[in-house]
Design a protein around this ligand. Structure first.
Ligand SMILES: N[C@H](CCC[C@H](N)C(=O)O)C(=O)O
Length: 270
């Protein structure tokens, strides 16, 4: 499946036992020796009474992570198309709390992604105090970032032109920067106007992807926090457009975008 070009291998872990170690995840994610994906998603029964399903996310490097926005839309599409739920909106348990995806009549999916968190301890990010922007020292330059959590950690840079931004070089350095004890997703945001941005993300554990849902949420929240953006923003990523809405303060972030099934299959993990 894919959500705006961010692609996933999704397993029904309700009707079959799926226990994968990091090496097996890396094999499945490998685009030459395996199936190929940015992340691997498990659809499981919930462990919480206030949830309908549990959603587990593994990056291509094999690491399990807290949240994935484009994956949440594909999760909803999968559950609906597989007949695992007839509901138009479901409560999904993730490692960073409950999110609520909803099928739209046009086939897109809207997800309440919960509230952004700015406290450095909750990102986590090593900083003397919470701020709208921080200076991050890289190997041979200092860059200005905003830092926040959408359940997973994000560092967002403001650039003049995302086509010429040093996404590969700076992204790799930011992802592994010691200021982020759990590593971080590195966003590069070009503000077009108050209702439109262009975004590229060098993702933790996957490298640059064609789109990053939580990255789009984080970038819009950062821009609104600095009064550079309006509450509803169209985010143009290389794989498609996401619509993000945030009313500020302790309100949740809403994300709307596509979710497509590409093919199904079986794989023998040997
Ligand atoms: N690489 C992310 C997980 C996937 C997020 C992204 N694919 C999205 O759509 O939000 C992390 O390590 O936090």
């Amino acid at each position: 499946m894919h959500g705006a070009g961010n692609d996933f291998v999704v397993f029904d872990a309700i009707h079959q036992q799926v226990e994968l170690n990091a090496e097996q995840v890396r094999f499945i994610a490998d685009r030459h020796f395996g199936v190929g994906c940015d992340q691997l998603l498990l659809v499981e029964r919930p462990t919480r009474k206030d949830a309908d399903f549990r959603y587990r996310i593994f990056n291509a490097d094999g690491g399990e992570v807290e949240q994935c926005g484009n994956g949440a839309r594909c999760f909803m599409r999968f559950v609906h198309d597989k007949g695992l739920s007839q509901e138009g909106e479901i409560r999904v348990e993730t490692a960073s709390g409950i999110i609520r995806p909803r099928l739209e009549v046009d086939g897109q999916v809207t997800v309440n992604m919960g509230e952004p968190r700015f406290d450095p301890d909750q990102i986590p990010f090593i900083a003397s105090k919470q701020a709208l922007t921080y200076e991050l020292v890289l190997e041979d330059e200092v860059v200005e970032i905003s830092a926040l959590s959408m359940g997973n950690p994000h560092a967002i840079q403001y650039v003049e032109d995302i086509e010429t931004a040093a996404v590969a070089r700076q992204g790799a350095q930011i992802e592994a920067h010691p200021g982020f004890p759990n590593k971080v997703n590195a966003g590069f945001m070009q503000i077009v106007d108050r209702q439109n941005i262009r975004l590229r993300v060098y993702e933790r554990g996957a490298g640059e992807t064609l789109s990053c849902g939580t990255g789009a949420c984080a970038a819009v929240v950062a821009g609104i926090s600095r009064d550079l953006l309006d509450p509803t923003v169209q985010v143009a990523t290389r794989g498609g457009v996401l619509t993000i809405h945030w009313a500020g303060g302790g309100m949740p972030v809403w994300m709307t975008g596509p979710a497509e099934n590409v093919f199904e299959g079986e794989i023998d993990l040997g």
